[in-house]
Design a protein around this ligand. Structure first.
Ligand code: MG
Ligand code: MG
Length: 441
């Protein structure tokens, strides 16, 4: 499947430029992050920068200048070609390819950024730059801004405004175009298949780490960059730790195994899937009772991912089923409304039911605008991931029943990646099985 082509990036830049309204935007790339001594973490591009440029190298800056004439509106500052450094750290595209391959109108070596920024900002009414995130670039931007502010008394120019590009850019990223949706389908396909392989590999006595290896081996084999986030392979009570990543316990006969794992593609689109199933192939009565509740909550919530609903309403649909089920089992008491109203379910369900998914696993985009929840629209992708976690870690709220020992050590989450369409939701991760018959053997 082809990566996102340059035409898509070109269209995104045009859309972004058209909405900047006379403001320049400065979008920096990521830098390498030290791991230890001379080693660095694998490079991870800044998703905003990637979305607009498709340029996958560190220490670059993209400038967007809607007030300049055509041919001077998209400027890239990049690390220049340097064979003596490239033999150590890998090939750089350099200034020429920033233009010929990546579509920049003009490109410069990054070391010229401090000298040229003031010149390029002439004629702009403001600077869209996210303060607090880019420690190498921010002092340069602030220095240019301060110099301009110092000069307005004599120059007669209006002082440059400083604003954040996030609301505009993240609104664009929230709505996936057809190319992006194809890539999200591919990320979900690989991730879902890895879950199927993992479940087929599980035997009592294995180590969580060995299942992690099955999953991540498949990601790489299928051409993914690797895991999108630290894979969670959590057996028994470990599944009640939401972000468990130690993955080093033995799989016990009779426990459940929760796997929350997804791949990141080379162009950074992500899958994020959770499945929970019995290690020995048979649910016990308590596990099955809780699993059925989570599955019903998840399926109803997924079905509600349609235009006009919102992330909050999806959460409320899942929550309603979870609380009803827990009351029926005697793990909560009171009316559904009162339990939800006073939050006395939170020792058993302590997270929200999903998040936007895209270039970031917890993707950008507002959930609320002022008093109103953001309505779901065709092209948005979100996860739907209710769960139940029964352990001793959180105190039982006053007035709620203590939990019998036979319930403890059960953690269940079911998570799918769901695309909002003009009609029914498309579950991108549907090939990962979740019905009880498929999980038992
Ligand atoms: Mg997840
Ligand atoms: Mg998730």
């Amino acid at each position: 499947m082809p990566l996102i082509d340059q035409n898509s990036f070109c269209k995104r830049r045009a859309g972004f430029l058209a909405q900047l309204e006379g403001n320049a935007a400065i979008i920096p790339a990521a830098s390498l992050v030290p791991h230890h001594a001379d080693c660095e973490y694998p490079f991870r591009q800044n998703s905003d920068f990637w979305y607009l440029t498709g340029f996958d190298e560190p220490d670059a800056v993209a400038l967007f200048l809607p007030n300049r004439p055509l041919g001077e509106q998209y400027i890239l500052f990049v690390l220049p070609s340097d064979p003596s450094l490239e033999v150590w750290t890998g090939l750089r595209s350099g200034v020429e390819k920033a233009v010929s391959l990546f579509g920049a109108d003009i490109a410069h070596p990054i070391e010229e950024f401090p000298k040229l920024l003031g010149h390029y900002l002439e004629g702009s009414s403001g600077i869209a730059f996210r303060i607090g995130k880019h420690p190498k670039i921010e002092p340069v931007v602030l220095k240019v801004l301060a110099r301009q502010l110092d000069g307005v008394q004599r120059s007669g120019a209006s002082p440059l405004a400083l604003l954040s590009p996030n609301a505009l850019l993240h609104q664009l990223r929230l709505l996936k175009d057809p190319c992006e949706i194809d890539r999200m389908r591919e990320a979900a396909r690989i991730s879902a298949q890895a879950h199927e392989l993992a479940r087929a590999s599980v035997r009592p006595g294995m180590n969580e780490r060995q299942i992690q290896a099955v999953i991540e081996q498949y990601f790489l084999d299928q051409g993914a960059r690797g895991p999108a986030y630290g894979s969670i392979v959590a057996s028994g009570d470990n599944a009640c730790v939401l972000h468990y990543t130690s993955n080093n316990a033995q799989l016990i006969d009779g426990d459940l195994l929760l796997i929350d794992a997804g791949c990141a593609l080379p162009d950074y689109y992500n899958g994020d899937i959770t499945r929970t199933f019995p290690i020995n192939g048979r649910f016990n009565a308590e596990q099955k009772a809780l699993y059925e509740i989570v599955l019903e909550a998840q399926e109803l919530a997924v079905a509600s991912v349609v235009s006009g609903q919102n992330a909050e309403s999806v959460h409320q649909i899942a929550l309603q089923v979870l609380v009803e089920g827990l009351i029926d089992l005697g793990l909560l008491k009171g009316s559904v409304e009162s339990v939800i109203e006073n939050g006395s379910y939170r020792h058993l369900y302590m997270h929200r039911t999903g998040h936007w998914l895209g270039l970031d696993v917890h993707d950008v985009g507002a959930y609320r605008l002022g008093d109103y929840p953001v309505q779901l629209k065709e092209g948005m992708v979100l996860t739907v991931e209710p769960g139940l976690y029964v352990s001793d870690r959180l105190a039982v709220p006053e007035g709620q029943p203590q939990i019998g020992e036979h319930w403890k050590g059960i953690g269940i989450r079911i998570e799918d990646d769901v695309l909002v369409t003009l009609s029914d939701p498309e579950v991108l991760s549907s090939t990962a099985k979740k019905d009880i018959d498929s999980l038992e053997h």
